[in-house]
Ligand binder design. Structure first.
Ligand code: NZQ
Ligand code: ZN
Length: 388
């Protein structure tokens, strides 16, 4: 049964090959000072930076450059961005990049005028925003996180060995996001497939929970089928517009809160992946891929019905003459074969994890209890060992 919920998503999306032109409609709504946030330089190499700058200049904007946002943005970089925003009196933060850049932009937007330490307030104490918020707009260049249409902002504190996401409310969602699938063509294959698995995992984190008949689960099965189909095309031909645009659109719907409405969600794979990243700084999607099979095989017996449904409705497993356990296991096997086919990193060793690091990673793992079975510390250790 659908639980009670509120649904509101205020982000305006512009999608397609010509979508950057919509910046001309959006920019006049904001003041003069635009904090232009981007990563390590990919947008300079592929020409997106020049195109964005041209439009900003045409509107006479004063550009505050905020470059060098790293994958898994750090708390130190967040403090830097807050200073740029305050000193330059930013009226709009324009993020041009992937999830890291978009997440960081949202974190700066709520932190620039925060009187407390933002790490302490938003990430350790999970408090709400009660100060001025600078509006954010996004031009997305990497697909996976869904950050373009949600309130998530994940920040890493390497000293404390913690990577934590705060899901802010609708006031913090990007005011607008520009999604041009062609901008994702220059992504290295490693990042493209990591993003594809991030999408898949966002869906499965929300799917593997609950035993009710919930429309969201049917939506998710459709999204997964489309993702599997399009990703198989994209890995062979990375400039197939149809496949890349479908993947971009699925990513947005996988994590713009719609499919989570009225149901509980799990998120333990993300908690494990984030703990791994806090110790290794590895690519987000790969941290999820490396722990997924061990986690799902651990939790499958506790949610057998749903894993059976997953096998049949997503992976077309033939149920004839098989036990529920066999059907569920076959579904997970098909998922594993698909993950290998994409070229994902399927073990923690390849991400730099050693056996000695495991106790620390266990300590960094936050435990969520919305899934079929919240793992205890010993079980987390077992899952990590099985992922090595
Ligand atoms: O920094 P640059 O030079 O731009 O290079 C980036 C980066 O090295 C590169 N890249 C991006 N677009 C490119 C490109 N290279 C060539 N051509 C392009 N068009 O790709 C690399 C990875 O970028 P990044 O933004 O780090 O990737 P992603 O989009 O996967 O974001 C990861 C971050 O998002 C968080 C993750 O934890 C991680 O910190 N997440 C945010 C979520 C949310 N807001 O709801 C949910 C997710 O589960 C996730 O946790
Ligand atoms: Zn993710």
């Amino acid at each position: 049964m659908l639980g009670n919920f509120m649904y509101c998503n205020p982000t305006k999306l512009y999608f397609g090959e010509d979508s950057l032109a919509s910046l001309n409609e959006e920019l006049p709504k904001y003041g003069q000072n635009v904090q232009l946030v981007y990563g390590g330089g990919s947008i300079k190499k592929n020409g997106i930076y020049d195109k964005v700058m041209e439009i900003l200049k045409a509107h006479g904007k004063n550009v505050l450059e905020d470059a060098g946002v790293m994958p898994n943005p750090t708390v130190q970089k967040l403090y830097e961005g807050c200073k740029i925003a305050r000193e330059g009196k930013a009226d709009l933060i324009l993020a041009v990049g992937g999830g890291s850049v978009c997440d960081y932009a949202k974190a700066v937007s709520v932190s620039a005028y925060c009187t407390e330490d933002p790490w302490e307030k938003y990430y350790l104490q999970m408090k709400d925003v009660d100060n001025e918020i600078i509006p954010v707009g996004c031009v997305l260049t990497m697909v996976g996180t869904g950050s373009e249409m949600n309130g998530g902002a994940v920040i890493t504190n390497h000293e404390q060995k913690l990577k934590i996401g705060h899901v802010f409310d609708e006031r913090v969602y990007p005011k607008f996001s520009i999604l041009n699938p062609v901008y994702t063509y220059t992504l290295p294959q490693y990042q493209m497939v990591a993003g594809i698995y991030d999408i898949m995992n966002h869906i499965t984190e929300q799917y593997f929970s609950g035993e009710d008949d919930n429309t969201s689960d049917y939506l998710m099965e459709g999204l997964l089928r489309s993702l599997i189909h399009s990703s198989r095309i994209a890995v062979k031909n990375s400039t197939d517009y149809e496949a890349r645009s479908n993947i971009m659109w699925i990513a947005t719907w996988a994590l713009n809160t719609l499919v989570a409405k009225g149901k509980s969600t799990d998120w333990m794979v993300h908690m494990l992946g984030q703990a791994v990243a806090a110790h290794t700084d590895a690519t987000h999607g790969m941290t999820l891929a490396a722990v997924s099979m061990a986690y799902y095989r651990f939790v499958c017996p506790f949610g057998l019905e749903k894993f059976k449904r997953f096998a049949m409705n997503v992976w077309d497993v033939d149920s004839e003459g098989k036990s529920d356990e066999q059907i569920a296991a076959e579904g997970l096997k098909k998922m594993e074969v698909y993950m290998n086919e994409l070229g994902l990193t399927m073990n923690l060793k390849e991400l730099g994890v050693t056996e000695e690091m495991l106790p620390g990673i266990v300590d960094s793992t936050l435990i969520m209890d919305g899934g079929y079975k919240a793992p205890g510390k010993d079980e987390i250790m077992e899952i990590l060992k099985n992922s090595l």
